[in-house]
Design a protein around this ligand. Structure first.
Ligand code: C2E
Ligand code: CA
Ligand code: CA
Length: 424
């Protein structure tokens, strides 16, 4: 066995043979992490090769410290590192936290060594699948993820998935359309009403975005959200939507119209920003919009990571007066015990509940029980995806009277929405 003389880590060849043997043991779970330092040559050229070497040596040391489950680590070449990490009995959340902390530590160290410059660390992860026994193919996948993460400052790392290739191709088409629309402020914001089935009156609306291509075709979120999340541009989109609704509410207030509360979707990516809470408050203040007219939808999966930091930021937003909802509740790994302690006002039941409840009595009972519990702990409940009077009747009987669904309306352009629902 030979070690890299600079860092003491394994050589690439030894890594391949040792990690290759390990991943063939299917009783264990592993991930491969590929990482590199952006613009490393810049450090070598401007601060000398000795400094560059110091940075690499420190980095090797930090890997062992911050990813304690690392089994094999190598410097494959230059500033590229490859690790095989055991993820036996380790949660996804913990892995992500460790990677994030390692990255921050590496950046901080480089910044100290070279006087303030803090290059991005690109990290790609491949969770080794059961069928994978070829170490070269596995390393390639971690590298595809690593390359995808380049230039994405808003995300800690990219996890390899089969879709990455599709997203990559799609991103190449979508991103220029987004950039162009963002610059021209021509992203469309549609509104979908939330209706009380008791009074048949509007009680709020959700803002949902649409892009439009050169030929005038409307592009739905399913085609662009993933690409924007991957590049961190989703943060720009969500703030665009928030500004848009602030302007709209301001306009209504200036005309003496009592506004309805409008919700917008806050992607998980925002929680990496240390100034998230201030940024949202600043926008509402800029337009002088009282916070109770703005509702922030955060999807269930973000909440159920239940990181202290996320719960704290959401609490701060709520304390300021914004409404907060858990979106898509029931679509993933919801936990009833957690819902009681989450700092939210509204639970939005995922569309799948309505569909499943009509199919099977057991699912119906589940939804009914859930609504009863949510009512008991005095959370506001909105049922999404209600499309027929029969579905509406069912959810009413279960105890939920707030409906968002095609039965009343699809998301529609703002001017159409105003004509229909707001007496301007
Ligand atoms: P979501 O937040 O769950 O939004 C509700 C989605 O359900 C919307 O799809 C809406 O058109 C659809 N929907 C509403 N009622 C019904 C119904 O009765 N039946 C069916 N089948 N669907 C219904 P849309 O507008 O295509 O948005 C899809 C997702 O994209 C949203 O799901 C949200 O997660 C995301 N998204 C949209 N705009 C934004 C945005 O500006 N920022 C972020 N971060 N995400 C967004
Ligand atoms: Ca939503
Ligand atoms: Ca939803």
């Amino acid at each position: 066995m030979q070690n890299d003389s600079l860092t003491g880590l394994l050589t690439f060849e030894d890594f391949l043979s040792m990690a290759g043997a390990a991943i063939c043991d299917k009783s264990k779970a592993y991930m491969i992490v590929a990482a590199d330092i952006s613009d490393f040559h810049f450090i070598n050229i401007n601060y000398g090769y000795d400094t560059g070497d110091d940075v690499l040596r420190d980095s090797a040391e930090f890997i062992g410290m911050y990813l304690p489950n690392t089994l094999f680590a190598s410097r494959s070449h230059s500033d590229h590192f490859l690790l095989l990490v055991s993820i036996e009995n380790v949660s996804y959340e913990r892995v992500m936290n460790e990677v994030q902390r390692l990255k921050e530590r590496l950046k901080e160290n480089i910044s100290k060594r070279v006087g303030g410059i803090s290059p991005n660390i690109n990290v790609g992860i491949y969770f080794v699948e059961d069928k994978e026994t070829n170490i070269i193919a596995a390393v390639d996948k971690a590298n595809v993820a690593r390359r995808t993460s380049k230039g994405n400052y808003n995300i800690p790392c990219v996890v390899y998935s089969e879709h990455l290739m599709d997203i990559k191709e799609n991103s190449a088409k979508i991103l220029p359309i987004f950039d162009d629309s963002f610059r021209k402020e021509s992203i469309r914001v549609y509104l979908q009403p939330k209706i009380s089935s008791e009074t048949k009156k509007i009680i709020g609306a959700e803002a949902l975005s649409r892009l439009v291509d050169d030929a005038g075709n409307v592009i739905p979120p399913a085609k662009f959200i993933a690409a924007l999340e991957k590049t961190g541009k989703i943060v720009e989109l969500d703030f665009y939507v928030l500004s848009f609704i602030c302007k709209l509410i301001r306009k209504w207030m200036d005309k003496g119209i009592e506004p309805i509360t409008i919700s917008f979707n806050l992607s998980r990516m925002h929680f990496y920003s240390p100034t998230l809470v201030e940024d949202i408050i600043k926008l509402a203040e800029e337009y002088n919009v009282p916070p109770e007219y703005i509702e922030i939808e955060v999807t269930e999966s973000v909440f159920f990571e239940a990181q202290e930091m996320i719960v704290r930021k959401v609490s701060e937003l709520r304390e300021y007066g914004f409404k907060v909802s858990v979106d898509d509740f029931g679509s993933g790994y919801s936990s009833l015990s957690l819902i009681g302690v989450l700092p939210v006002d509204v639970v939005k039941l995922d569309k799948s509940f309505v569909k499943e409840s009509l199919k099977s009595p057991r699912s119906g009972d589940l939804m009914k029980g859930l609504i009863r519990i949510l009512n008991e702990i005095q959370l506001e409940i909105v049922c999404e995806g209600v499309e027929t009077p029969e579905e509406e009747k069912m959810v009413n009987e279960y105890g939920c009277s707030e409906i968002q669904g095609y039965l009343y309306d699809k998301p529609i352009p703002t001017d159409e929405f105003e004509t229909k629902y707001i007496k301007t």
